[in-house]
Design a protein around this ligand. Sequence first.
Ligand code: SF4
Length: 691
Amino acid sequence: AAMRNVRNKRTKTVCTYCGVGCSYDVWTGGAGGDRHILKIEPGEGAANNISTCVKGKFGWDFVNSPDRLTTPLIRENGVFREASWEEALELVGRRFSEIKAEHGPDALSFISSSKCTNEESYLLQKLARAVVGTNNVDNCSRYCQSPATQGLFRTVGYGGDSGSITDIAQSALVMIVGANPAEAHPVLATRVKRAHKLNGQRLIVADLRKHEMARRADIFFRPNPGTDLVWMSAVTKYILDTGNAKMDFIERWVNGLEAYRKSLEPYTLEHASHICGLSIDLLKQVAQEFIDAPSACILWAMGVTQHCGGSDTSTAISNLLLVTGNYMRPGTGAYPLRGHNNVQGASDWGAMPAYFPSYEKVDDPAAKARYEQAWGVKLSSSKGLDNHEMVEAIYEGHLKAMYLVGEDMYKADANANFVGGGFEKLEFFVVEDIFFSATCQYADVVLPASPALEKDGTFTSTERRFQRLYQVMEPLGDSRPDWRIIQDVANRLGANWKYTHPSEIMAEAALLTPLFTGVTYERLEGYKTLQWPVAADGTDTPLLYTEGFAFPDGKARFYPVDWTPPSEALDAEFDLFLNNGRMLEHFHEGNMTYRVPGIDEETPEGFVEVSPELAEARGLQTGQWVHLHSRHGEVKTQVYVTDRVFGDQVFVPLNLREQAVNLLTGTHTDKVTHTPAYKETAVRMKTLPSV
Ligand code: SF4
């Protein structure tokens, strides 16, 4: 009879892992109760249809992990103790108020999470701007995709993918630079694999590692680390010089050709061949692929962006697409592959120091006036601090308090020792998360949040696609959805917010923005989606730029850029180049996937990938323990010999268990956006006795 009472529930959600934005139904219930996940059933998702990857399919049991934070924690005499919400919120409100009264609003800072919903990022920046009075608000896209957004701002206007994943699939030529989509964006990679195999799509891969897409490519090459701008500019120059640029397109749609052409003068094939370690024939071959292709798109990620010249290389990518007329049509365009599920949305919704939601500048008088009227306050028009500047400002003594939502910043930011040292200097530090992350050890108050399955809201995927997630289960223990906690904190600081559901937040927020005006929960019911810009009548925009570019005259802009050599070079002491990135099974620092037993068993150890050449030269074997030292720190891990890496380059996954790859990385950043140059680190390796 008991079996008859068992109820199974089916709820639509959106994947909490990568930016592809797969959506599917979650079945819960059965004998295991309301929190028991029976299965994940894809079917109607706009991005994924019947597919998911291993993380989307099996990666959810972390929600029931015994490690979940279920009650607020307050640090007292160096030790955390459990506290009530009332006590924790009173303390947060009081300390933030005191610090603001003593040092001014700019002594406080706020960081939103790419794991949070759009509504939550909107609220956090509203808390910073309207309640506290500072533009010191940012999000973790600072660590990954800000340079890509910058490259697009400079050239075509919108900081988003030019089209949809279906556009990538129908392109005649796909070039992937510094990205590993088969592991980092698996379902999107499947579309490319299929198009390549079945439709004769051409595939070029430029990467340091011979990963799965590289093995499948028609042309694969390994430029010297940090030289992508050079070969890309040489290819572009060659196309222009040989009269193969799409001049009709340029004359009609792009400004600034002459200055740009002049800026390319140093980028001869000979120069690029020398700097990048590539043959002139190969460069000509790449150019010819672009000349011959009726449509082409370029996909890129951290291999491009996490350099001192990350914004400039992203700009060079867009310049190449403009020269070859590869915008404005299906199958063309620029596709920065967004990392987290809502990295696009966190920036879109204004968790950025210089922008209101939908990328209106904080010093734009019209935008400022609109928000001042809507929020009933006077706003600051001076740009705030980004994540990187916040850490520096702590050391300089200007920044005293931080409210960090859903990010293990100690492990995720570069140079963990520097970041941790900064946290120790904060007068008051609040961390909100679902687990006690490595960052929490520095907090004064830890607030327990609820993951995606425990709340309603919307996410925006890499293809600018809004999708709704529905609450599958109740928040665990005393944990709360971030939007509720942010509202509670705001109200302790004198606001009088009364949101009872995320739909009310979206109803307020969308109408304030030019790009998301027509976004409503009704239009996103179930599996319905909208790709921004969304007009008031609900018309959305799967393909950007069909009627011109996002500048006042409707024309794109060539933007001249110069090469910045990598900030760290190899020398006698630090003789190996450290690369780092994702792996399929685990997500970033592993805080979620380590707590999914099935996934965890597959890859229980961290490792460093070592090339067969290096292994041979140093007598290294898979499984051997080594110390990696950089100029900034050290880690201990195990060797994994593989031909995915080459020569004196080694690769470490982002997740190294209890350690962080960022104990090794330094403080150099992209010149424009301050994204850490994670990919510019020299190390040395010391063999350890077996353990
Ligand atoms: Fe989730 Fe990305 Fe995998 Fe899709 S491809 S299931 S969005 S991790």
